[in-house]
Ligand binder design. Sequence first.
Ligand SMILES: [Zn+2]
Length: 201
Amino acid sequence: MIMGHYVTALIPYAYDSNRKIAPFWLFLLLPQLADFLMLAFVFMGYESISPENFFKVSFMNMQAEMHFSHDILPLALTAVIVSAIVGLLFKSKRLFFIALGLMLLHEVLDMLVGFKHFLSPNHTQAFGLGLYNTMPILGIAFETIFCILILSWYLRKRERLGYPLKTSAKIILWGTLVGTTIAMTLIAKVPLASLISLQLG
Ligand SMILES: [Zn+2]
């Protein structure tokens, strides 16, 4: 998942619109931390994504080796450590559980829509549906529905709590979270390079 991770930041934020528990950037960072770690590990050469050329990537042909950032046990350990640090820094037990929930939810969502993940780097049994490589359109459809459900819930919740969002903010949220996810279907099966040449040709 991509935007589906960001959308989960809205769940705790709906209850913390006046930023009493934590700043919003933290709620945005935590659900995506595993992917940011993956990018760092790819940069350092410990993990890999192929094809390396972005224009040659489609969801169908993308392969990712991400044992340290995404295998279940390393991710769970990272989630506990990061949540403990965050909870201590902001002196909030509640934030510890929110952080832990957001980080573990990343793994569950990735296994539903994304790649399969192993228990640990030593294990050969992978878990998950692996929809990106097998049925990317279905995977992206799941992600779109997930984004629509959470975003609609968030907007209703804000209204009920007396903090309704401006129309401009709503448009930005729908466009970024739902629009971008729908746009991903363009490269579900065909990489951008072929897509451009197809259109040009
Ligand atoms: Zn991920």
